[in-house]
Design a protein around this ligand. Structure first.
Ligand code: NAD
Ligand code: UDP
Length: 335
């Protein structure tokens, strides 16, 4: 049994991770400021022996709050909004979360002699000029664009991870996560999978940005969590960065067609402006993960979408009752 800190543990990926780590018999301290996460995601864990929640901004300086925390063996650093509309809402805060957040966590790892895993992203490759993307590719990020607060923040966090290893011998692990989806995504967070499913289930038009020819590779959440835990427990001295994602590559039009078919929806497609710097294509090379972690994703997109659609059906029904009671969308957030 280990004592494990998960930052961003009330978010989409973090809540799945906390649940898995608890199931495996660990003690889990979940730290989250709830800016995009939700208590609903971790409700099932409250009252379980060994689970603690701390409402805290990971980027807070001075870092005196960190001294409440001791005896940690492993840190998973996931705190950061991941959906473009969320991370662009307050770009300065997003950059601070990545940079001050990882500095705080690295100091904690140093004091506790804990192993630390950073949830980095395929966004470090920006709008890639090399396809598909292997870890050796250094990326093509616009440093002054609207995605930079996220992309450059994550790149800086990777830099700090490796500098703490070189300067202080901190035991680090870096994963680069490609688009991941599944139950517990926030229906309102603006990412493509949640948008399309919610729109299809409500019979609204599906919003295609640009002409829909841009591609993404979608990984189901259970596969991703499995890879993340394998990376934390990988061979000593293997630091990554390692790509974790599903190499199946789909255009947004293909995704929209799959979602309308699987939901039996009569929704139509509408075309909207492509956001600035939106990457044209993205697909991971996962040879390194296969070799070092014995990992590859198992869940086909159709199967993962079915699970996710079933989840959203449930959530949207609940939301419908709340809409009726509260008469406003704010009621949904307070559920
Ligand atoms: P999410 O928005 O659902 O979760 C992020 C969590 O971090 C939320 O609970 C939020 O409240 C918390 N948080 C944000 N800022 C914080 C702060 N300053 N202090 C404390 N808590 C804070 O997003 P997610 O999809 O679960 O992503 C989790 C991590 O994985 C992020 O670091 C993201 O960059 C990374 N990632 C995710 C994907 C993906 O496709 N889901 C892809 C690449 C990387
Ligand atoms: N997208 C879309 N319609 C939407 C939301 C997103 O066509 O309602 C597109 C978006 O422009 C991008 C892709 O879907 O090309 C993935 O977007 P998402 O925000 O999920 O992730 P990211 O761009 O960070 O990979």
């Amino acid at each position: 049994m280990s004592r494990i800190l998960v930052t961003g543990g009330a978010g989409f990926l973090g809540s799945h991770l906390c649940a898995r780590l608890m199931k495996e018999g660990n003690e889990v301290l979940c730290v989250d400021n709830l800016c995009t996460g939700s208590m609903d995601n971790i409700r099932e864990l409250f009252g379980m022996a060994g689970f603690t929640f701390l409402k805290q901004d990971v980027a807070q300086l001075p870092d005196s709050w960190l001294y409440q925390i001791d005896g940690i063996h492993q840190i998973y650093n996931l705190a950061c909004p991941a959906s473009p509309p969320h991370y662009q809402a307050d770009p300065v805060k997003t950059a601070k979360t990545s940079v001050f957040g990882i500095l705080n966590m690295l100091e904690l790892a140093r004091r506790c002699h804990a192993k630390i895993l950073q949830a980095s992203t395929s966004e470090v490759y920006g709008d890639p000029q090399v396809h598909p993307q292997a870890e050796s590719y250094r990326g093509c990020v616009n440093p002054i664009g609207i995605r930079a607060c996220y992309d450059e923040g994550k790149r800086m966090a990777e830099t700090l991870m490796f500098d703490y290893r070189r300067m202080y011998g901190v035991d680090i692990k870096v994963i680069r996560i490609f688009n991941t989806y599944g139950p517990k995504m926030d229906p309102g967070d603006g990412r493509v999978v949640s948008n399309f499913i919610v729109q299809a289930l409500r019979g609204e038009d599906l919003t295609i940005y640009g002409d829909g020819s841009q591609t993404r590779s979608f990984c189901y959440v259970n596969d991703l969590i499995d890879g993340m835990i394998r990376m934390m427990n990988s061979a000593d001295g293997f630091c990554g960065p390692v790509n974790l994602g599903n190499p199946g590559e789909f255009t947004m039009l293909e995704l929209a067609q799959k979602v309308t078919k699987l939901t039996n929806s009569r929704s139509r497609l509408v075309y909207q402006k492509l956001p600035q710097d939106d990457p044209a294509k993205r697909r991971p090379v996962i040879n390194l993960a296969e070799r070092e972690l014995g990992w590859k994703p198992e869940t086909e997109l159709d199967k993962g979408l079915e699970e996710t659609i079933a989840y959203f059906r449930k959530v949207l029904n609940i939301s419908q009752e709340v809409y009726e009671k509260a008469g406003s969308r704010d009621g949904v957030r307070q559920l």
